[in-house]
Design a protein around this ligand. Structure first.
Ligand code: IPE
Ligand code: IPE
Ligand code: MG
Length: 234
């Protein structure tokens, strides 16, 4: 069975999960964050190399301050709690996004977690935090311009190297939970040829079984990348 090297997930539906149980939205976020480790381990066991998780978008700053603060606290708890087990489980943590809007202590915590798992050789878990594709591409363009690059030196490769995902392979499989059929500004450049998989399942209910359904579907797809050859499926 062909396994995607890079799986990206839009972890959506926390609020609806909570509402269905008459719980505050924060309870949905809490449950959602708890899901991350299980799904990461399942991906690692199946041979996935990169798992990118959309945790907080540049647009999510438009939510009420209380919800934003709650999400930040949960992410901070993830750094404290899960990262220790990341070391044991040979998972590497990476952040795609910016930490500029976080307070200094939080930034240091994130950096410490990344450093702690730097030498691990298993699955790389990329948390997309304060991430937005348009912001990412705009920053890359700005960086290139500031570096005084000549027009003919601007290649797809060079642009890729200036994105937050520099060095990572393109997304093979992009999963969105929660029933919405849109990308919401997630990894647009990197998903140019990703297989898209949408499910009604809400992220707090997403587990190994749902992951396998997505992987099975991926293995059945015929990936042609614009050619006529449907031989390879990865
Ligand atoms: C996804 O769940 C988590 C974040 C966007 C941070 P939502 O909070 O968007 O949940 P719904 O879409 O309202 O159900
Ligand atoms: C996308 O979910 C962002 C994350 C999952 C972090 P949203 O709930 O913010 O997306 P929209 O508003 O439905 O597009
Ligand atoms: Mg949502």
């Amino acid at each position: 069975m062909s396994i995607p090297r890079h799986v990206a997930i839009v972890m959506d539906g926390n609020g609806r999960w909570a509402r269905a149980r008459r719980l505050p939205r924060a309870a949905g976020h809490e449950r959602g964050v708890e899901r991350i480790h299980e799904v990461a381990l399942a991906c690692a066991r199946r041979g996935v190399e990169y798992l990118s998780l959309y945790a907080f978008s540049t647009e999510n700053w438009n939510r009420p301050r209380r919800e934003v603060d709650g999400l930040l606290r949960l992410l901070s708890a993830l750094m404290d709690r899960d990262v220790k087990t990341y070391v044991q489980d040979n998972l590497r943590l990476r952040l795609v996004g910016t930490v500029e809007r976080l307070d200094r202590a939080f930034q240091e915590k994130v950096q410490a977690a990344i450093d702690l798992t730097r030498d691990n050789t298993g699955l790389t878990v990329c948390i997309a935090f304060d991430y937005g594709s348009r912001d990412e591409i705009t920053r890359a363009a700005r960086e290139l311009a500031a570096g005084g690059i000549r027009p003919e030196q601007v290649t797809e490769e060079v642009v890729s190297q200036h994105l937050l995902t520099a060095g990572m392979p393109d997304v093979d499989l992009l999963v969105r939970c929660g029933g919405e059929i849109r990308l919401s500004n997630f990894l647009l450049w990197q998903s140019a040829y990703a297989e898209l998989y949408f499910t009604e399942v809400l992220w707090p209910d997403f587990g190994e079984k749902e992951l396998d359904m997505a992987l099975d579907e991926f293995a059945r797809r015929s990936r042609r990348f614009g050619s006529l050859d449907s031989g390879g499926s990865s």
